[in-house]
Design a protein around this ligand. Structure first.
Ligand SMILES: Nc1ncnc2c1ncn2[C@@H]1O[C@H](COP(=O)(O)OP(=O)(O)O)[C@@H](O)[C@H]1O
Ligand SMILES: [Mg+2]
Length: 389
């Protein structure tokens, strides 16, 4: 097993990324100016991250020979999604440090473990119970009440694997719909706002954060984020402190994001976490002195963390596959009108190099910088509308 040493992995070294989506792409694009090489391990070819990497190793995550070859060729391994199989992670660790470590992965992969971990660390969440059977679900509904939401414990994202339950009679249908797998039942929170905090922790335990970001979702998928969130300073400080608690408890080296609900009376509830940069943090690319991706590179390489200050207020709007379907009732795929947006001085366009624009698929995002968050939000929403005209 690789023995952890606090030595820095200096520019010129190679960062290995497990996973090959847009988060890996933006990490690669941020690490390159610092002089790092990037190797991507990907189950597919010509991926968002692979397109901008020095090397794209194409193999299945359970192909441990390929995983070994990948890990041997890099100086540090990180990941851009949390469903890295445990075997893959452990295999990488034999050759290079894995950052964040396997404990963060283990917890973040399973919603039950995640919420239990929050609760054990004294961090508030929605009320929840584990569900392993229809009887558990019925008892859980009696205990938590309706409305509630049943979520599969593993492999859900962007609202996938979630069923809202408004009446106890729906228990059986919901249990079937969830596929009769291990689940978590959560009380439905009539939140006022959704928030997130992206933060980083270095090998030396130093902590840096981007304050609180405010998020709105459409169809359970992140739609627009804006920062800094307009929030009572004491509440913002409390959210940041909770994230630091999470990162210290898991000894995270890298970037981590926690999603929160802000319920009545400024009550913060932790919803979920991701031990990696987060969609809500994309606006840090333009808005902050150091982006969340450069920060990830710095943290996993043991470099000093960068300055997280905001140069301006910012808002980010996701571009899902739907924006490629302009005009006509036939939902025909058409290239959006990029030039209309590229003309706007305060808007930056990011595209992830994905070939197929499926509904709900994250294809890119827009960022607006402005004097206030509300102005930035208005600009980024207007810009996105132009793409569809
Ligand atoms: N207990 C809940 N109460 C109210 N809304 C919820 C609850 N759980 C999830 N949601 C809504 O669904 C969205 C997606 O759920 P989340 O748990 O973050 O899963 P994921 O983002 O992995 O799909 C949340 O951002 C929120 O808008
Ligand atoms: Mg979420």
């Amino acid at each position: 097993m690789y023995a952890a040493t606090p030595k820095m992995i200096l520019p010129g070294a190679t960062i290995g990324i497990l996973g090959s989506g847009q988060l890996g792409r933006m990490l690669a694009l941020a690490a390159r100016p610092l002089g790092y090489r990037i190797h991507v391990f990907s189950p597919e070819r010509d991926t968002p991250a692979g397109q901008v990497a020095d090397v794209e190793i194409c193999a299945a995550y359970d192909d441990l020979d390929a995983v070994r070859a990948f890990a041997r060729g890099v100086d540090v391994v990180t990941y851009e999604f949390e469903n890295v199989p445990a075997n893959t992670a452990v295999t990488c660790q034999q050759f290079a440090p894995l950052r964040p470590g396997p404990q963060a992965l283990h917890i973040a992969q399973n919603r039950l473990r995640e919420k239990s971990f929050f609760a054990e660390n004294g961090l508030p969440t929605a009320p929840f119970v584990p569900v392993h059977s229809l009887a558990d679900l019925q008892n859980g509904l009696a205990h938590i009440g309706c409305p509630a939401v049943l979520k599969t414990a593993v492999s859900g994202y962007d609202g996938k694997g979630q069923i809202k339950i408004t009446h106890p009679d729906e228990a059986e249908t919901a249990w079937q719909a969830a596929g009769q797998v291990d689940c978590i039942l959560e009380g439905w929170i009539a939140f006022e706002r959704e928030l997130s905090v992206v933060a980083a922790r270095g090998v030396d335990g130093r902590f840096a954060h981007y304050g609180v970001i405010e998020n709105s979702h459409a169809n359970h998928i992140l739609d627009v984020s804006k920062a800094p969130a307009n929030l009572a300073p004491a509440v913002a400080a409390q959210a940041v402190e909770m994230v630091q608690t999470v990162m210290e408890a898991l000894d995270v080296v890298g970037v981590l994001c926690v999603e929160f609900f802000l319920a009545g009376d400024n009550q913060l509830l932790l919803n979920e976490m991701a031990p990696r940069p987060h969609n809500s943090g994309h606006l840090t690319i333009e808005a902050c002195v150091t982006s969340q991706f450069e920060q990830q590179a710095r943290a996993v390489c043991g470099l000093p963390l960068g300055d997280t200050r905001y140069r301006q207020s910012a808002a980010m709007a996701n571009l899902l596959g739907e924006v490629f379907q302009r005009g006509g009732a036939e939902a025909q795929r058409k290239e959006p009108d990029w030039t209309a947006v590229l003309r706007l001085p305060h808007i930056k366009v990011h595209l992830y190099g994905k070939r197929e624009a499926r509904d709900g698929r994250k294809m890119g995002h827009l960022t607006a910088l402005a004097g206030s968050v509300d102005e930035a939000e208005r600009m980024v929403r207007e810009a996105r509308e132009l793409l569809r005209d």
